[in-house]
Design a binder for this molecule. Structure first.
Ligand code: ZN
Length: 240
C-alpha cells in the first residue's frame, strides 16, 4: 500500500492542489491528513472539500479545533488569531461538523498519526528535542509515527538511544522506531517555500519527504483580497 501524507494545509488551495497532483501521479492508494486544514490561508472551505473528496484518514490540528471554537486562542500570535477569527466566519456548518468529527490520534495499518505529540495531543506541544521525542517513543505502539504541527520536516529515530535526521529518504530498519514530521503543505517554515508532503510505501518500508513548487503568487493575492494580515501572504515567499 502506498500512502500519500499531507499536513498543515492551512487554507492554501494552490499548494494543496499541486501536492495532490503529484501524489496522484505517484499512484498513491490511500491519503492521510495530519490536521490543520484551515487557519492562515484564504480557502479553508475549499481545502476541507478537497480533503473530504480524497476520503483521507484525517485527524484534527490546533487550528481545526480553533476554527470550531474548541481550543483557546489566547496563546495564538496576533496574526494567527486574526486569521482564525476570519476562518470561523467563513466555515459553514458542514465544514465545522467535519472538523468536529476528527479524532486527535489514530493507528492506521502499521503506523500512528497525531498532529502534535502523543503525550497530551490536545495540549498541542512541539517536538523541540530528542528528549521530548524519547518520551513519545515510550508510548508509541507502532514502529512508525507521522506528525505535523511545527511545519518543519525532521525525522526522529530511536533504537538504543534517540537521535534525529534531516534526510528526505528513509529506509525503515527493524528494531528501530521512527517519528517523522512531514512538514507543511500550505505554510512551510524551514526556509524552503516549496510545499512539503510525504509518501510511505509499507511494502518497500520506505518514507520519502517531497517538496514541490506551487503558485505562491495566487495564494498570496487571495490572502490580501480577503484582508487577512499581509504578513501571512509575505511569509509564503520565504517559507517562514
Ligand atoms: Zn499548523
Amino acid at each position: 500500500m502506498k500512502y500519500g501524507l499531507i499536513s498543515d494545509i492551512h487554507g492554501n488551495l494552490e499548494a494543496l492542489k499541486k501536492v495532490l497532483e503529484i501524489l496522484s501521479e505517484e499512484g498513491v492508494d490511500k491519503y492521510i491528513c495530519l490536521g490543520d486544514i484551515v487557519g492562515y490561508g484564504a480557502n479553508p472551505r475549499e481545502c476541507i472539500k478537497e480533503v473530504k473528496k480524497l476520503k483521507a484518514v484525517c485527524i484534527a490540528g490546533n487550528h481545526d479545533w480553533a476554527g470550531i471554537g474548541e481550543t483557546d486562542i489566547e496563546f495564538f500570535n496576533p496574526y494567527a488569531k486574526e486569521a482564525i477569527l476570519w476562518t470561523q466566519q467563513e466555515l459553514k456548518k458542514r465544514d465545522k461538523d467535519y472538523l468536529k468529527s476528527l479524532p486527535l490520534a489514530k493507528v492506521v495499518d502499521d503506523f500512528t498519526i497525531v498532529h502534535a505529540t502523543l503525550d497530551e495531543p490536545e495540549e498541542w506541544k512541539y517536538f523541540y528535542s530528542t528528549y521530548h521525542a524519547h518520551k513519545n517513543f515510550q508510548i508509541l505502539t507502532t514502529p512508525l509515527c507521522f506528525v505535523g504541527h511545527s511545519h518543519i520536516p525532521i525525522i526522529f529515530l530511536e533504537k538504543d538511544y534517540c537521535t534525529y535526521s534531516k534526510t528526505s529518504e528513509l529506509q525503515l530498519e527493524e528494531d528501530y522506531k521512527y517519528i517523522v514530521n512531514i512538514g507543511s503543505v500550505g505554510q512551510p517554515r524551514d526556509g524552503d517555500p516549496r510545499a512539503s508532503f510525504a509518501i510511505y510505501d509499507n511494502e518497500e518500508k520506505k518514507v520519502v519527504i517531497k517538496r514541490v513548487d506551487y503558485d505562491i503568487k495566487t495564494a498570496q493575492e487571495k490572502i490580501l483580497e480577503a484582508e487577512l494580515p499581509p504578513i501571512l501572504a509575505e511569509r509564503l515567499a520565504f517559507g517562514e
